[in-house]
Each structure stands twice: as C-alpha cells, then as structure tokens.
Unconditional design. Sequence first.
Length: 177
Amino acid sequence: MAIWVVYESLWGNTAAIARAIAEGIGDEAVAVSTADTDPADATSIRALIAGAPVHGMSLPTSQSLLSAAGKKADESHAAPRVDEPLMRTWLEGLPQLDIPATAFDTRVRGPLGRGAATAIIRAESAKGCTLLAQPKGFRVDFRNAGPDEADLLKDGELAKARAWGQQLATSLAAAAA
C-alpha cells in the first residue's frame, strides 16, 4: 500500500516540499498534486500526508487564488498555478479513513504564516484519520522570488522536508510493528 503526499501548490514551493518529504519517506511514498489524484482512491493507501500554502492564516480559497493570479508574472517571476483543485475541496472528497495522517504547509514568518496545516489536520481527523505526527511548516521568503519552481523556499527547507519524511517513515514503521 502506498503513502500519499498530496499537495496544492501555486508557485511550486509546496510541490517541492512534498517531493522532498516523499523522498525522505522512501520508495513507498508518492508525491501527487490535488489535480493528479482522486480523493476517493485514498481507501487503498496506508498513510496520508497533505500540504498546502498558507493564505490568510488558513488554506487557499477561490478568492485568494484570484489575488494570486494578479501577481506579477514575467521572465523573472513565475506565474502562479491557480487551476488545480483546492486542498480544502480535495479533503472534502475524502472517504472515511482509518489511517495515520499528518499535514504540512509553506508559510511566511510570523503570526500570519500559520493555519493551513492545522486546517488540514482538522479535515483529516473529521474523515477518521489518526494523527501520525504534529504538522510541520516550511518557510518561504518573497525576497527570493524568481522564475523557477521553489525559488521562494528559504535555504535548507528541502533538507528539512527530507528529514521530516524520514521521521515519518520511522513513526509509520513503529506503528506497523
């Protein structure tokens, strides 16, 4: 059975973190976007790790995506991907599950940079999931803006994501024993 690391990503930062987490977990894990997987298929997985960027101290909304779509995009700034399903919508489509789950988000520093992972954990819990590990936040810095995926990530965040993935793999192995 697979372990899903499902993400919603606008500028590729959350996607890069999801891939690093999956890499840390190992061969059993696969990183997939909300556009590339059907939540109804989650009945066949062993664990769920879900992530999204923080928008307005929670998960992105249709309104926050409209705002993101208006951001500067040119050869030196990547355009946001606003056509993928929202994480909140994807989570609503999950069936009842009895699997371990956790969450992560990509956030800016400070009090406004929190909330997406907490909202994901609540949604997973409402679907019957048990908490695998406390949610984790990974930092972005808008001063790093550039044309490539994951340009906004602060240095070292991908290594932290891989390490967290390894910790999750250890927790899953202990739970299975």
